[in-house]
Every structure is written in structure tokens, then in C-alpha cells.
Design a protein around this ligand. Structure first.
Ligand SMILES: *Cc1c(COP(=O)(O)O)cnc(C)c1O
Length: 392
């Protein structure tokens, strides 16, 4: 297939939900990939924070192919070694007690929402079921996680949405408190709003929310789907804030390119879900868990996280040297670039045409490179970005 045929087939046969760039990567190594017609791209997206170890990492490829050759799938009615190993390592790495494996971020959040409501139901009965999230948040695309997503643009067409959600502004505790009443069973937060424009929550605000939750036996649910698995220079972004969440959700970077989600339960919530109360056919699939174990081998190795922070600081510094850049937000290798002028979508499109894959987040350009990106690849990407923004 040549590129024109690919594009026509997409138009003919794929549901029209994506506005795609004119890029069809076929093969890659770390943060560099090749397009269908031989173009070279530097990847500052890692598939929206998914390919933690870049493309075709040897340890990842070996772990996944060996598991596929042994046993690709078996029902959750049986035990598997990769799933048990992953659960043990995740609980040890996070201080959480138990894990439920799902297939995606939205599904992990669904699990967290169900567990939060059941926790409250078990203790207080019906009617204390409100989950408060932040304005401008993003929690997924299922009917319930759209409700959880605090953006009006997502609350259209698909009526009726799941009830029982309230919204509060980020980083404004006096205003946020007004959404918190006696019907609240949980608060759900991203610590750095990703899709919402790389907006970090302030430490004081997060601590105030955490304090209110602890005082009122409401659960603190932290959505680490984008920020987790080392992305911000700590295994969980929550470590930067010194909080102990009751539930943490993960997905994106955890599987290193394979679909996996995880709901991590702390002491209060570890026993909430019992037999038959939640489940999934594919969640915790052995091949995906083998991939996630390879990600953890790399990410939890001594010095790895420091390296993520150093590369993040380096990239931030290079970006701030550019006249066209007003601000760089985020932590580690999750960075949002505020441009002094121009449309982020047009800039990202121009980057793709010039060999750099990047993302938008509202009016920002967002970079989520693989955590293993080399300095040479960082420099190549920076130089393409600099050319693109200075030319406009
Ligand atoms: C991407 C994302 C989700 C949704 O994950 P999917 O795997 O696409 O369902 C949920 N929460 C946050 C913070 C995300 O960035």
C-alpha cells in the first residue's frame, strides 16, 4: 500500500473519529521511527505517553514475544505468573495494597468509580454517591468517565450521561469547597491535568482536598493514567505531593505499548470489591503483563527516574531558550509549551511535516517523549521544533 491508498482506505473503512496527521509510521527504534515512504520522525509523543521505553526496546520485545510463544491468554478464572508478578511489584513500588487489572485508562477509572461508590454504600447506604472531579479534567470516553470529565464539550450528544458527578475548580480551595457536601463519596483528580492543557495542581490545594477527604471519610482517587509509571520523574506523580491516595488508576505508560490499566487500592479500599462484583475478559492478559513487567524492570532500576528528571529539565531549558516560547509547564517528561503566538494545532501539523511527532493539549504544544529518549534524539527534536516555531 502506498500512502495515498492508506489514506483512502482510512476514509472508506475507519469510523471518522480521528483527525489524523499525514504520517504512517511503520517501524521504529527508541524515539525515532520511519514512515511508509522512508521519512524519518523523532517521536515526542510516545503514543500519548504509552511507549515508555520507546519503539522496539529489546527487553520489552523479548518479554512480550517469549510470553506470546508460551501462553498468550487464559481467563481470569485462573492464575498467571506475569499478572501475579506485576501485581506484587506494583504494590511494592507504590505502597498500595491490591490491584485490579483493566485494559485502558477509562476502564481503570470505571473500576475506581465503582469501588468508591461501593465503599460508601457498604458504610452509609444509598444516597452518598457523588464523585467530585475538577473542571478541565479528562478521565476517559465511556459514558461514565465522560461524566467524570469536567468539560462541557464532552457532555453533548450521548444523553443520558451517568449521574452523580460534581465539579470544582482546580487550585482554588475556597471555591472548590462549595462542591464538597455530605453526599460526596470521593474526589477524583489528575495531579497534572494532561489533556486539559498540562496544568499542574498546586501542592497546597491537593493537600487541602486530601485533608477534607480524610476528615469526611471521602475517598481520594488519583488518576495517574498519564502521569504514572515514571513519566514525571517519580513512579507516581502523587509522590511529588506527599499524599497517600485511597485509589490510584494507571494505564498509558504502564504497558509500554500494550493495552493495560490498573486500579490500585490502599488500605481503606483493598477489600471493597468481592467475587463477581467487577471483572473483565482481557484485563491483566499475560502478554500485556509481561510487557508491563519489562517496563517496570527498566523504570524501577536505580537511577532511571533521576534520568527522566534530568532529560525533562534539559528539554525545558532548550525550549525556554526559544524567543517564541512564553512558558513551559509540567514535570519530568510531561511538558506543555505555551507559545507567544500561533495555533498549537498548526504548529504540531508543521512539526509532523518536518519530522517531529508532537501533541497538542488545548492551546499548548505537548511533549511526552519516551522515557528512554537519547540526548541526541532530544536535540534533533528541539532543532526541528525551533525551526518550525521561528519560521511562523
Ligand atoms: C488518556 C487518559 C485517560 C483515558 O485513557 P484511555 O486508555 O484512552 O481510556 C484517562 N485519564 C487520563 C488522565 C488520561 O490522560
Amino acid at each position: 500500500m502506498d500512502f495515498e491508498t492508506v489514506r483512502q482506505t482510512d476514509r472508506d473503512c475507519i469510523a471518522g473519529t480521528y483527525r489524523r496527521y499525514d504520517v504512517c509510521p511503520v517501524q521504529g527504534k527508541n524515539a525515532t521511527c520511519t514512515g511508509l515512504e522512508g521519512q524519518t520522525y523523532v517521536d515526542f509523543t510516545s503514543g500519548i505517553g504509552v511507549n515508555s521505553l520507546g519503539f522496539a526496546d529489546e527487553r520489552f520485545v523479548r518479554a512480550v514475544s517469549e510470553q506470546a510463544a508460551k501462553l498468550a491468554h487464559i481467563s481470569n478464572l485462573f492464575y498467571t505468573l506475569p499478572q501475579e508478578t506485576l501485581a506484587k511489584r506494583l504494590t511494592e513500588a507504590t505502597g498500595m495494597q491490591k490491584v485490579f487489572f483493566a485494559n485502558s485508562g477509562a476502564e481503570a477509572n470505571e473500576g475506581a468509580i465503582k469501588a468508591a461508590r461501593k465503599y460508601s454504600f457498604d458504610r452509609y447506604g444509598r444516597g452518598r454517591d457523588k464523585i467530585v472531579t475538577l473542571r478541565n479534567s479528562f478521565h476517559g470516553r465511556t459514558v461514565t468517565t465522560l461524566s467524570a470529565t469536567g468539560q462541557d464539550a464532552f457532555h453533548d450528544y450521548f444523553f443520558p450521561f451517568t449521574e452523580g458527578f460534581g465539579y470544582m475548580p482546580a487550585n482554588d480551595w475556597p471555591a472548590a469547597q462549595q462542591a464538597l457536601d455530605g453526599t460526596v463519596c470521593a474526589v477524583l483528580l489528575e495531579l497534572i491535568q494532561g489533556e486539559g492543557g498540562v496544568v499542574p495542581l498546586e501542592r497546597d490545594f491537593v493537600r487541602q482536598v486530601a485533608g477534607w477527604c480524610a476528615q469526611n471519610d471521602a475517598l481520594l482517587l488519583i488518576d495517574e493514567v498519564q502521569t504514572g509509571a515514571g513519566r514525571t520523574g517519580k513512579f507516581l506523580c502523587a509522590e511529588h505531593y506527599g499524599i497517600q491516595p485511597d485509589i490510584v488508576t494507571m494505564a498509558k505508560g504502564l504497558g509500554g505499548g500494550l493495552p493495560i490499566g490498573a486500579v490500585l487500592f490502599g488500605p481503606k479500599t483493598a477489600g471493597v470489591l468481592g467475587p463477581g462484583q467487577h471483572g473483565t475478559t482481557f484485563g491483566g492478559n499475560p502478554v500485556c503483563c509481561a510487557g508491563a513487567n519489562a517496563v517496570l524492570d527498566a523504570v524501577l532500576a536505580p537511577g532511571f527516574m533521576e534520568q527522566v528528571s534530568e532529560k525533562g529539565a534539559y528539554l525545558r531549558g532548550k525550549l525556554l531558550e526559544m524567543d517564541e516560547v512564553a512558558e513551559v509547564r509540567g514535570l519530568g517528561l510531561m511538558l506543555g509549551v505555551v507559545l507567544k503566538g500561533g495555533d498549537s494545532a498548526e504548529v504540531v501539523k508543521a512539526c509532523a511535516e518536518n519530522g517531529l511527532l508532537a501533541l497538542t493539549a488545548k492551546s499548548l504544544v505537548r511533549f511526552l517523549p519516551p522515557l528512554t529518549i537519547s540526548y541526541e534524539e532530544l536535540n534533533q527534536g528541539v532543532s526541528i521544533f525551533s525551526r518550525v516555531v521561528s519560521r511562523r
